[in-house]
Design a protein around this ligand. Sequence first.
Ligand code: ADE
Length: 224
Amino acid sequence: MHIDLLTVLPELLESPLNHSIMKRAQDKGHLTVTVHQLRKWAVNAYGQVDDYQYGGGAGMVMMCEPLVAAIEELQRERRFDAIIYMTPDGERFEQKTANRLSLLQNILIICGHYKGIDQRVRDHFVTHEISIGDYVLSGGELAAAVLVDAIGRLLPGVLNDETSALTDSFQDGLLAPPVYTRPAEFRGWKVPDILLSGDPRKVEEWRHDEAVKRTEERRPDLLD
Ligand code: ADE
C-alpha cells in the first residue's frame, strides 16, 4: 500500500509514522508513506496556502489552488482508490473502516488546518471524510497518524503471531479480555487460575466470557 499525505506540518507526522510497527511495515516493504509539504504548491513566494473566508468570520480557509495542484500532480503518479479528508465533521473512524481501507492500494490523506479546506475541494476531489472522534484537534495531522497506524498494522505480513490483529479489541465486535504476565503473584494479587491451567479450551472460554463481560460493562452499545 502507498499512502500520500498532504500537510503544512510534515514534522507532526514524521515521528509517529517512523517508529515501532509503522517503521517495520515500511522497512519490510508492505507500506510506503510519502509526506508532502503543501506549501510546495503555494500560490506565491510567501508559501501562502490559506486565505480569509468569504462572508467574514474568524479563521483562515485552506485554498483550492494549492490543494488541487497537489492532488492533480500526485494523481499523475498514482491512481488513488481513496482521497481522504481528516475533519471533525466527517464519518467517525472505526475498526471496520480501517479493515475496509486496508484493502486499498493507494490512499491520499489531506490534513486540514485553521477553519478547514475550501468546500469545493471536498465536493470535487475528496472521496471519504473521516473524524477520529467528537473533539477538535488543532489540525488533521494527529488524526491522520491514527488512521495510518490503524490501517498499516492490518496489512498482510506487518504483524506477526505475537501482535496479531485478530485478537484486538473490536475485531470480533468485543473489547479485548484482560491479559497477565509473570509473576503469577505480585503483592498478593494473583493471576486467574484458569490461565495457569494449561487447558487451551478453558482459557479460550474464559477469555471470551471476560471479553463479553467487559463489553457489557464498558461498551454495551457494541452488543446491540
Ligand atoms: N481535525 C481536527 N479535529 C479532527 C478530528 N477529531 N478528526 C479528524 N480530523 C480532525
